[in-house]
Design a protein around this ligand. Structure first.
Ligand code: NAD
Length: 262
C-alpha cells in the first residue's frame, strides 16, 4: 500500500545513542518524530527545537518512564497529543546490568525485563488497533545479538532480547496481509554510552588503558573488530519503513561484524 504522507514515528529511548541516531535519520528523511527518554524537560525542549530547526519536521518529546504499563500509556498519550497515532513504532529503549546468574539482583532482573521487553509489548499492543485501522504500520524492535546468542553475566538482558525476537515474530504473523510488518534488528557492538561501563570494567580489571579495553571487548566476540555506527542502525530502520521492505516481516537482522556467523 502506498502512503500519501510520511507517518509519525515514535522512537523510545531516543535521547541518546542508537535511538537518537534513528530519530535523526528518520527526521532527515522527513518523518515527524516523537523523541523520548530519561532527560529533563529543558534537555528535551532543546533537542526538540534542534530537530525542528535542522530537519523542518514536527517533533515532540516525552520523558515518560516506560518501566511500567502506566508509563507506556503516558508516552502514548503524549505522542498522540503532539503527532496523532504513530504509524511507526521503534522499540529501542534498553538498559544493561551484568552479574553471574547466581548473584543477579531481583530488582535488576525486573528492571531489565520491564524496559527491554514489557514496554515493547505494551506499546505494540496499544498501537496495533490504529495501525490495523489504517492498513499500514511498521514495528521495529531493537534487540541485540544477545537475542540470538548468549554471553555470560547477561541473564536478564539475554532473556529480554530473546523474548523481544519472539514477540516480533508473533506480531508479524498476526498482522501479515494487513500492511503491518514487525522486525527485529540485532546489533553487535555499537559505540554508545551503554557499553562504556563494560569497557571501563575491563580496563580496571586488566589494568589497561581504555582504548586497549575497547579492542579487548570487541575482539572477544566480533571477527570484524570494529563497532557499528549508531547511524547504521538508523539507516536500516529507514529501509524497513520504506516500500521495498513491505515483504520483510518477522525477521531478526544482525548488524554484528560476523559475531553470530560463528
Ligand atoms: P543508551 O544508554 O545510549 O540509550 C538508552 C536510551 O533508553 C536513553 O534514551 C534512555 O533515556 C532510555 N531509557 C532507559 N531507561 C528508560 C526508562 N526506564 N524509561 C524511558 N527511557 C529509558 O543505549 P544504546 O546503546 O543506544 O541502546 C539502545 C538499544 O540498543 C538498547 O535496547 C540496547 O539494548 C540495544 N543495543 C545496544 C548495543 C550497543 O552496543 N550499544 C548493542 C546491541 C543492542
Amino acid at each position: 500500500m502506498q502512503r500519501e504522507q510520511q507517518q509519525p514515528v515514535l522512537i523510545t529511548g531516543s535521547t541518546s545513542g542508537i535511538g537518537l541516531a534513528i530519530a535523526r535519520t528518520m527526521a532527515r528523511a522527513g518523518y515527524p518524530v516523537m523523541l523520548h527518554g530519561l532527560a529533563t524537560s529543558d534537555q528535551g525542549e532543546d533537542l526538540r527545537r534542534q530537530f525542528r530547526a535542522d530537519y523542518k519536521v514536527d517533533c515532540g518529546f516525552s520523558s515518560a518512564d516506560i518501566s511500567s504499563e502506566a508509563g507506556c500509556a503516558q508516552l502514548l498519550a503524549e505522542t498522540r497529543e503532539v503527532l496523532g497515532n504513530p504509524g511507526i513504532l521503534v522499540n529501542n529503549a534498553g538498559v544493561q546490568y551484568t552479574a553471574e546468574t547466581q548473584d543477579f539482583p531481583a530488582e535488576q532482573w525486573h528492571t531489565i525485563l520491564s524496559i527491554n521487553l514489557s514496554a515493547a509489548f505494551f506499546l505494540t499492543r496499544d498501537l496495533l488497533p490504529s495501525m490495523r485501522a489504517g492498513n499500514w504500520g511498521r514495528i521495529v524492535n531493537i534487540s541485540s545479538v544477545h537475542g540470538l546468542v548468549a554471553s555470560e553475566q547477561k541473564a536478564a538482558y539475554c532473556a529480554a532480547k530473546h523474548g523481544l525476537i519472539g514477540l516480533t515474530k508473533v506480531v508479524a504473523l498476526e498482522n501479515a496481509n494487513r500492511g503491518i510488518t514487525a522486525n527485529a534488528i540485532c546489533p553487535g557492538w555499537v559505540e554508545t554510552p551503554l557499553i562504556q561501563p563494560q569497557i571501563e570494567s575491563i580496563a580496571r580489571e586488566e589494568n589497561i588503558d581504555i582504548e586497549s579495553a575497547r579492542c579487548r571487548l570487541i575482539g572477544a566476540k566480533q571477527p570484524l573488530s570494529q563497532t557499528s555506527k549508531p547511524e547504521a542502525i538508523g539507516e536500516l530502520v529507514l529501509y524497513l519503513c520504506g516500500d521495498f521492505a513491505s515483504t520483510i516481516t518477522g525477521a531478526a537482522l544482525p548488524v554484528d561484524g560476523g559475531w553470530t556467523a560463528q
